[in-house]
Design a binder for this molecule. Structure first.
Ligand SMILES: N[C@@H](CCC(=O)N[C@@H](CS)C(=O)NCC(=O)O)C(=O)O
Length: 203
């Protein structure tokens, strides 16, 4: 099996960090998304959405979407540092925070990047105003996260999970657009320091 990815892309890092946490090693193939390699006919045949990362199994089956790839490995190795919850309540809480981190931080930061930098203007129409509003929405949501982390070690309580991975990768990518944790968001800062010091964060 092989994961097609781009080393600098935040969603690709989510999968690498997840697998590093689980101690799973896989082969990676680098895709030049700036040059549009992901848009080629050969890539579309494997992965019609054209987005990386995606996983290709030995029988040719391809699985796209970051969380779906993580889910596959979680099910293959359920007892190996589970990151998607260990009981019904934990699974629900992880999914809740994972969705929030994705919808309120990763996605708007991605919109901010695409629409304010024009990085992919060869394949989409950047709308600068939408990018700016998206960036502001992400910054606004960091206040809620700071409040939540005032009495929660990780996003899903004391349990480190895929939700923390999503948030860390989104925040690190946000730095490209100068989106940063505010000085007075001390709980989020404390969380950031702990999560970014894990070995898997180097993945
Ligand atoms: N919903 C997808 C999003 C993946 C995505 O947006 N990937 C970006 C890189 S982080 C990409 O492939 N960009 C290239 C392009 O838009 O052409 C997931 O969760 O994996």
């Amino acid at each position: 099996m092989k994961i097609y990815e781009t080393s600098t892309a935040p969603n690709a890092r989510r999968v690498r960090m997840f697998l590093a946490e689980k101690g799973v090693s896989v082969d990676y193939a680098q895709v030049d998304i700036v040059g549009g390699e992901n848009l080629s006919e050969a890539m579309r045949a494997k992965n019609p959405t054209t987005k990386i990362p995606f996983l290709e199994l030995d029988d040719g089956t391809c699985i796209g979407e970051t969380v779906a790839i993580c889910r596959y490995f979680e099910e293959l190795e359920p007892n190996n540092n589970p990151l998607m919850g260990r009981n019904p309540l934990e699974k629900a809480e992880v999914e809740m925070w994972q969705r929030r981190a994705e919808l309120h931080v990763m996605l708007p930061i991605g919109m901010c990047f695409q629409h304010t930098t024009g990085y992919f203007k060869d394949r989409m129409t950047p709308v600068a105003e939408w990018g700016e509003v998206s960036g502001k929405n992400a910054v606004e949501y960091l206040k809620d996260l700071n409040d939540h982390l005032a009495d929660s070690r990780f996003l899903a309580g004391d349990y480190f999970s895929i939700a923390d991975i999503t948030l860390l990768c989104a925040l690190d990518f946000g730095r490209v657009m100068k989106i940063r944790i505010a000085d007075d968001q001390t709980h989020l800062q404390r969380w950031y320091e702990e999560v970014s010091s894990r070995d898997s964060a180097k993945a």
